[in-house]
Ligand binder design. Structure first.
Ligand SMILES: *Cc1c(COP(=O)(O)O)cnc(C)c1O
Length: 380
């Protein structure tokens, strides 16, 4: 059985060599634009590619404003700061996510709360969110959502679109609106994914993307904050660029800012990659379609895009019967040069988040034991 999977993957990638999980692809203007930054000497924090990259992403996502950052984690950190998350606050997120989501909450000195995911979307469950808020929170006279257990303000919620599959983000935003909780969407994995025809990352007050080397398109390292709120966008630009007040020759900074800029060199790569984003998405979806057909004749389940959604299928995933099968599958494929990986260890099981408040996490636990990522590099 597992040999059939290995044969199939080696066949579609036309190689018996080592296959990484997700390699970047450069087939457009990448070298031209990167060389242009070198020729012009504008390789660092100033240059036309940063502005251009921001405009292209804003347009693609359908957001009014986009602010580039040095990586997706930095974008999340600033996104949370912008909606007012600080040491007096708590932030709801899912336990099944990449560590950056939970780390960004900690950078604000806030505490996370882990609420379960849906089996269908792998993302935050609106039903479980509503249940948690009903049981554990109340709205105080200032309209703030207060956690009954800790007496702290639940300020924000960070749903994540796992592997590019959109979660039920419209329902989540609705619930959060009722409880006065700001939604910061971790759309790091979901550039090119839509829920009910609207781009992921454009539902919440703020959306965040990543352009790390393993994402659907890359700047080497990079991130983006998107929003429709002009004031938030301006503040995002300000505090990610050391909070410098414009002045012809003096250095004046009006608050503690961050050096979270994306360099022009990185942005040049990004502009070239966005030019081909439609091709990346089309090819990823074609690959997923092949996997789907193949796995239909096996007893391994292929993870498909949720209802009412169009996924970029950034990372393909399968669901094994149980943890023993999962481990056998991981052993078998990795030994034969096909890189496969289990889904993340749940955040609440990691040492630094051991004492975190959690809702019922039965879906996340079920998925943690069974989900495996398989080869997902774009086949051109
Ligand atoms: C990649 C990723 C990020 C941000 O990653 P960076 O490497 O900092 O760009 C954040 N959240 C999730 C879910 C991710 O997959």
């Amino acid at each position: 059985m597992y040999q059939n999977v290995v044969d199939f993957i080696q066949d579609i990638y036309k190689t018996k060599e080592f296959l990484p999980l997700h390699e970047p692809r450069f087939f457009g203007n990448e070298k031209k634009y990167v060389n242009d930054t070198i020729d012009s000497t504008f390789v660092s924090s100033v240059g036309k590619y940063v502005d251009q990259f921001e405009q292209m992403i804003a347009k693609f996502v359908g957001a009014k404003y986009a602010v580039a950052t040095s990586n997706g984690t930095a974008a999340l950190h600033i996104g949370l700061k912008l909606v007012g998350v600080d040491e007096t606050c708590e932030v709801i997120t899912q336990p099944l996510t990449f560590i950056a989501t939970a780390n960004a909450i900690s950078y604000c000195n806030a505490k996370p709360i882990f609420v379960d995911v849906d089996k269908e979307t792998l993302g935050l469950s609106p039903e479980k969110l509503e249940l948690f808020l009903k049981e554990f929170s109340f709205i105080n006279s200032d309209g703030e959502c207060i956690n009954k257990t800790t007496n702290k303000t639940i300020k924000a919620c960070v749903p994540m679109h796992t592997f590019g599959h959109p979660c039920k983000i419209d329902e989540i935003v609705n619930i959060c609106d009722r409880y006065n909780i700001a939604v910061v969407e971790d759309a790091a994995e979901s550039l090119g994914s839509y829920h009910k025809g609207k781009h992921t990352g454009s539902f919440g007050k703020i959306g965040v993307f990543s352009f790390n080397g393993n994402k659907i398109i890359t700047t080497g390292g990079g991130g983006m904050i998107v929003t429709d709120d002009e004031a938030l966008a301006k503040r995002a630009k300000h505090i990610t660029t050391t909070a410098k007040v414009p002045h012809p020759y003096e250095y004046i900074h009006d608050e503690i800012g961050y050096n979270y800029r994306l360099t022009n060199l990185n942005a040049a790569l990004g502009v070239a990659q966005v030019e081909n984003l439609d091709i990346f998405i089309k090819k990823q979806r074609e690959l997923a379609c092949k996997y789907n057909t193949f796995f239909q004749n096996t007893d391994i389940e292929f993870v498909k895009e949720p209802k009412n959604s169009k996924s970029n299928y950034w990372l393909n995933a399968v669901i094994l019967k149980d943890i023993q099968q999962r481990d056998e599958f991981l052993e078998y494929t990795n030994k034969r040069g096909i890189m496969t990986r289990s889904i993340w260890r749940l955040m609440n099981k990691l040492e630094m988040f051991e004492n975190t408040q959690c809702g019922d996490l039965s879906n996340a636990k079920w998925l943690e034991d069974r989900v495996v990522n398989i080869s997902s590099s774009v086949i051109l």
